[in-house]
Ligand binder design. Sequence first.
Ligand SMILES: Cc1cc2nc3c(=O)[nH]c(=O)nc-3n(C[C@H](O)[C@H](O)[C@H](O)COP(=O)(O)OP(=O)(O)OC[C@H]3O[C@@H](n4cnc5c(N)ncnc54)[C@H](O)[C@@H]3O)c2cc1C
Length: 417
Amino acid sequence: MHYSGLRVLAQGMLGNRGWRPAWRKPVPKPAYDAVIIGGGGHGLATAHYLARNHGMTNIAVLEKGWLGGGNIGRNTTIVRANYFLPGNSAFYSFSLKLWEWLETELNYNVMHSQRGLINLFHSDGQRDAFARRGNAMLAQGDDAVLLDREGVRAMLPYLDYTQARFPIHGGLYHPRGGTARHDAVAWGYARAADARGVDLIEQCAVTGIDIEGGRVIGVPTPRGAIRAPKVAIVVAGRARQVAAMAGLRLPIESHVLQAFVTEGLKPVIDHVISFGMGHFYISQSDKGGLVFGGDLDFYASYAARGNLPMVEHVMEAGMTLMPMIGRARVLRSWGGIMDMSPDGSPIIDRAPVEGLYLNCGWNYGGFKAVPASGWSLAHLMATGQPWRDAAAFRLDRFRTGRGIMDEEGTGAQHNLH
Ligand SMILES: Cc1cc2nc3c(=O)[nH]c(=O)nc-3n(C[C@H](O)[C@H](O)[C@H](O)COP(=O)(O)OP(=O)(O)OC[C@H]3O[C@@H](n4cnc5c(N)ncnc54)[C@H](O)[C@@H]3O)c2cc1C
C-alpha cells in the first residue's frame, strides 16, 4: 500500500477502515537463503538493502521481542556526519546522504529533520580541536561552520552567557545534522523489507548457532530450527552473548545509556545542542518534549535501566548549560544497552566461522549509522566484499592492533567512549 497525503485524506473520509498492517506476521519457514538475528534498526536495514540492492528476498529477520523495542526505539535520535577519523568519516557521510533520501525510498515519514547540530566549546584548546574536526568534515564533503561566541548567541540566545560555570567560547555548527523519529525508522525499514517479501518474525529468540564442519548451517529457535547458509548477528547490546553461541569471544562490553524526556513545551530549542564541558546533548521533539541525555552509567550491565548518580549528573549538566531547563518536569526516562567497542568504532565483518557475519560495536552512536550499516552489511553478505566506506570496520584490528580508530581519543576503555 503506497502512503500519500491523498490516501490519508481519502482514508479519513472513509473512517480509516482501509489501512492494512504495515507488515505481515509470517510463520517461520524451515529454511532461508539468509537469516538476520535482531530486528533493530541495523537488522531491518540490512534486510531491506539485501532485498532492494541485491534481490535477496528469501530471508528472515528473527527478533526475540518486538520490532523497534531495542535501542532503535530508545535513543535520543541525533543524526549527524561529524566524525573525524578516516574510516569513520566517509561512512557517516555516506549514511547522512542515505538519510536525506530515506523517506522517499521507504515511502514512510521518519520525521527526519535537518535542524542543525551545534557542538559548544568552552576553551581555546577545545576550539582548536573543533576547528580541526570542522576542517576534516569539510574535506570529507560535509558541512561545518565555526561560530564564535556571538555567532552562537545569535542562534541560541537562551543559553547562559553571563554567569555560566563554563563560559561558552563558540560552537561548531553542522547544518545538515538533526534528528529523526527513532521508532518510525524501524517501522519504515520493516514495512519496506516486508513489501519485498522478507519474513519479519517477532517473539522468536535465537538460542544457538548451528555449525557443521566450520560452516554455519542455521539457528535453533523456540519456534523450530531454521536453516540458512548465511547468518548475521545484528543484536547491538547482546552481541557478545549471541556470538558466544558460536564459540566466539567479541571485544564488546555492554553498558547502559539513559535518556530523558520532559513534558511538552512550546517550541524553544530549534537545534540539537551538545555541551562541551560535560556529556550532555539536547533537542526538542515535534511533540514539544525536551529530549536529552548524557554519559554512560559507568558499569557494564544488561539491564535496560540506569541509576540515580547518572540522572543527577545529566540534570546538573543541563542546569549548568541552560538554567531555565530546571522549570521543566521530566516525564520519562529509560535506558538502552550499548555495544561498546574498545576504540569506539564499529565492526561490520565476517566472523571466523564460514557464513557467519557480525554487525556490532555501535557504542552510543548507532542510530545515525543505521542506513549505511544496513547497506554495508547487505553488500558484504551478498557479494562477499566489504562495502567501500565500511572496509575499515574489521574485527581483526583488535587482534593485530592495526587499523584501530580511536575516535574519542580515550584509549581502550569501553566505558569512556
Ligand atoms: C539512550 C540512548 C541514546 C542514544 N542516542 C543516540 C543518538 O542520539 N544518535 C545515535 O546515532 N545513536 C544513539 N544511540 C545508539 C543507537 O540507538 C544504537 O547504537 C543502535 O540503535 C543499535 O543498533 P540497533 O538499532 O540494531 O539495536 P536494537 O534496536 O537494540 O536491535 C537489536 C535487536 O536484537 C534483538 N535480539 C537480541 N538478542 C536476540 C536473540 N538472541 N534473538 C533474536 N533477537 C535478539 C533485540 O531484542 C533487539 O531488538 C543511543 C542509544 C541509547 C540507548
